[in-house]
Design a protein around this ligand. Sequence first.
Ligand code: ATP
Length: 242
Amino acid sequence: MTAPLLAVHGVKAFYGSIMALKGVDLEVREGEIVTLIGANGAGKSTLMMTICGTPRAREGQIVFAGRDITRLPTHEIVRAKIAQAPEGRRIFPRMTVYENLQMGAAAGSLDPSHFERDLDRIFRLFPILAERRNQRGGTLSGGEQQMLSIARALMSRPRLLLLDEPSLGLAPRLVHQIFAAIRDLNKREGLTIFLVEQNAFHALRLADRGYVMVNGEITISGTGRELLERPEVRAAYLGARH
Ligand code: ATP
């Protein structure tokens, strides 16, 4: 089998003396959607951030496209083609949609001639952003800000897109829209996606494979379907509705 695009080996990360990641092993193969689920405070966001270099892994190794990125500064990790659309939609609120997208492209240090073409592609994917291109990010609705966060990450032309809770705080209609966009990116463009979600049902249905994190450790892994059928996953993360 070919080497995974992203391989996380025995990663430990700390906030001060508190160990938030206790030796995490996980991999994402080219072309996959992989979902990480877990309760609040399990360490999911910390893992995403550690992949991006802050906080640093104090032990273990992170390999991306065959290259050890464990000790690279964040901007070099972005240049290595990992982009993160962070939780809380940390877009630039005073900048317009267009300017936010310019910042995303700048992070990837791309040839400027790609910009207009990439912008067209993003606006086809998220038509609402085309309509709002001159509006300040901070005045967009929650769903629009989330789309902008994903769009900005895509502007750096990543090989791996990290999505932290893309459905957080969105109305059900928008949740569907966001998950449909994620599926399209993967199926049509072949983009590899690593997704952290509280909305375990949607996220596992979408995923090729998934992992469960409890208290800084991976406790279960399998295909999305296997995880959806595991009684302990159903009991802890899917609720009565599913
Ligand atoms: P959620 O789904 O609520 O976002 P999570 O699984 O993403 O949770 P993390 O945000 O990674 O969890 O947090 C893991 C642990 O690390 C928690 O106990 C949290 O309180 C702690 N933690 C997170 N960020 C910091 C920080 N900057 N300083 C100190 N402790 C932190």
